[in-house]
Design a protein around this ligand. Structure first.
Ligand code: SF4
Length: 343
């Protein structure tokens, strides 16, 4: 691939690197809603939302706007009931994130009188706030010196420094944070960090980057960017089957199960059964989805033929009209909506 030659060591010429990066960003930077606010609460919501979800999804499907309309302040989030909280997060998955966000809101109120701290040490003590999130809130909301290393920044740094060791173990991460600290701009934290992240999102993207458009190409050591960053061996994906029942009563009720486990507590889904129990029942719909290291095939069986169904623990009949108001994991929302549309 075509790539301009490395000419200038970024660690020795950090000021030049920052100017090249921020100059490009001030002309080409994207206008995201979280870049228009200085409210640490709104910044935190965006950071938590974007941890495992793409910007296009968060913006395109209106998640960020809707969440802040539902919970416009720290106080409104702190007192949110589980059902409203989970409903506002529906479609984003990894529901632990929103529960932790509520814990953070409660801690800011109880320990800081409702005012977000700006110190790294205080931010790090908040529930669920790690080094990245603390740096992001401090830099984006308060414009104070901060360092952020997310996946995009890690990729840019690994390529710039031609780093061929894994970036997802502790020695690799430690090295990236050290470089990030040397390069960080203490006087323009907000714009510098936004610029570095955006470079990773748009130009120094995964796979083959667009080095010919890169504003910091002269500071970049690698000649094989498409091979970087190096990651530890990938976790193997396990295929699993999940069998659910579709059961309706004559009054418009649909049998649903309210989750009680830690990860999905408070979410509704169709009742699931072991494969042997549903063997022979017709499959109405099949849907594949991936969660963490599992690739799941969800099969929904028509339970109409079953002689008598007594709801198991956690199961109850929910009226069809109530279903849009219940929080459901996306795969179950999808199959339930399709089945309702067909009926
Ligand atoms: S796009 Fe990435 S790999 Fe290419 S020159 Fe810029 S920093 Fe280096």
């Amino acid at each position: 691939m075509l790539k301009p030659r490395f000419k200038t060591d970024p660690l020795q010429h950090a000021a030049g690197f920052r100017d090249a990066l921020t100059g490009w960003f001030s002309k080409c930077g994207k206008d995201y809603p979280w870049r228009r606010t200085r409210d640490p609460y709104a910044v935190l919501v965006s950071e938590v939302m974007l941890q495992q979800t793409q910007i296009a999804t968060v913006l395109g499907r209106g998640f960020y706007r809707r969440f802040l309309e539902t919970f416009p302040t720290l106080e409104s989030l702190a007192v949110a009931e589980d059902d409203r909280l989970l409903k506002a997060w529906e479609g984003l998955g990894y529901y632990r994130r929103v529960r932790m966000l509520r814990e953070t809101a409660r801690a800011v109120i109880s320990e800081h009188g409702g005012m977000f701290p700006s110190g790294l040490a205080e931010l790090r003590k908040l529930p669920g706030v790690g080094p990245y999130t603390a740096g992001a809130v401090r830099g984006f909301a308060f414009d104070l010196p901060s360092v952020v290393v997310d996946g995009n920044v890690a990729r840019v740094l690994a390529r710039m420094m031609d780093f061929s060791k894994p970036v997802d173990d502790s020695p690799g991460l430690k090295q990236l944070w050290q470089w990030a600290e040397v390069l960080a701009d203490p006087e323009r934290s907000r714009i510098y960090n936004s610029a570095l992240m955006e470079l990773g999102q748009t130009i120094c993207r995964p796979g083959v980057p667009d080095c010919l458009s890169c504003p910091v190409a002269e500071f970049c050591r690698t000649q094989v960017p498409e091979t970087l960053p190096v990651k530890k061996t990938k976790v193997a994906i396990t295929e699993i089957d999940e069998h659910a029942l579709w059961l309706r009563d004559p009054d418009g009720g649909i049998l649903l199960h309210l989750e009680a486990g830690k990860r999905r507590q408070g979410l509704w889904k169709l009742p699931t059964r072991p494969a042997a129990e549903v063997a022979g029942l017709p499959v109405l719909i099949e849907h594949r989805y991936t969660i963490t290291r599992y690739r799941v095939t969800l099969r929904v069986h028509d339970g109409t033929g079953l002689r008598k169904v007594s709801p198991a623990e956690g199961e109850s009949w929910q009226h069809e009209g109530e279903i849009p108001h219940l929080a459901m994991p996306s795969p179950f929302r999808r199959v339930v909506e399709e089945l309702l549309a067909e009926s």
